[in-house]
Design a protein around this ligand. Structure first.
Ligand SMILES: [Mg+2]
Length: 293
């Protein structure tokens, strides 16, 4: 069809199992190792999309091709998780959930709260909600273990669940006469049209005032569509939610970001404060950042 794309027309298919057998042969043939003239051995993989006539209700070949193309892209999107190389138009791609996704889907979220203490009074003013995922075997996965396993939709689901738990726990503490604020980590990939309005609605439905919630924007990625992200951050601020820039001073943060984002707080990366007692010179850096803030 063009580039590395091919079309296969299969006649008289009565059953999807027939397709499976055909695709099995194709996969075996295509994935066989190829020896190059320099002696190096390479393999190629493939992705495929399927549209069926008459099931997919079109006798127009162009439309059938387009449906197959859509299925092909769906299959490519799940390259890491799919259980077979091909996808059928109109059916979800068969995927194998990884450990973190299984835990997230099976109410495996555990929220741990780290107190944020005011140095002058020694009082706990706020807590940071830290997500852990509990495996089916009871093992707790830490963020550095589970975050790489989650796609954007999963990251949103994680944020939604952490927020729900935090709002519930804050209400519970309110009833005990303990009024504190909560910080929740927000991955940059979640700051898009599809998710931020949903989080705002979740906050609006809760009796907890938005001003008691801080979203900590995690470093670890560039804001690809910065203008779009910025609009969402401004909308959150307008709702009353506070924003913090997290891990400032670590690999990805920049002064430009500190200047441009509508944040209320900045959180220094722990490497700058952890050894403050032993390396008193670090205080100069901390003071400078404080001034900048
Ligand atoms: Mg944080």
């Amino acid at each position: 069809m063009g580039g590395d794309e091919f079309v296969l027309l299969v006649n008289q298919v009565h059953d999807v199992r027939e397709l499976e057998s055909i695709f099995g042969k194709i996969e075996t043939a295509i994935s066989a190792p190829i020896t190059l003239s320099n002696g190096q051995t390479v393999r190629v993989g493939l992705s495929a999309g399927v549209a069926l006539f008459p099931q997919h209700n079109s006798d127009n070949p162009d439309i059938l091709l387009r449906l197959a193309d859509q299925a092909l892209y769906a299959s490519k999107e799940y390259k890491q998780q799919r259980t077979r190389f091909w996808a059928m138009h109109g059916s979800p791609v068969n995927v194998q959930l990884n450990t973190a996704q299984k835990a997230l889907g099976a109410e495996g979220l555990v929220v741990c709260y780290q107190p944020i203490v005011e140095v002058k009074t020694g009082q706990t003013r706020a807590v940071e909600a830290l997500a852990r995922l509990q495996n089916s075997d009871g093992r707790l996965l830490m963020p550095e273990q589970f975050l790489p396993q989650l796609n954007t939709q999963d990251l949103f689901e994680l944020t939604r669940q952490v927020l729900a738990q935090a709002l519930t726990d804050l209400s519970r503490l309110d009833r005990l006469g303990i009024e504190i604020e909560v910080s929740i980590n927000l991955h940059p990939r979640v700051i898009v049209d599809a998710y931020i309005p949903a989080l705002q609605a979740q906050i609006a439905r809760s009796p907890i005032a938005p001003t008691r919630i801080t979203f900590e924007i995690l470093e670890g990625g560039s804001f690809d569509e910065q203008q779009h992200a910025l609009a969402h951050l401004i909308a959150l601020r307008q709702q009353g939610v506070q924003l913090a820039l997290d891990d400032v001073g670590s690999a990805y943060s920049s002064l430009q970001r500190m200047r441009d984002l509508p944040v209320n707080k900045i959180k220094l990366d722990q490497t700058f404060v952890r050894n403050l007692a032993r390396q008193p010179n670090d205080i100069n850096f901390v003071r400078s950042i404080q001034k900048l803030a």
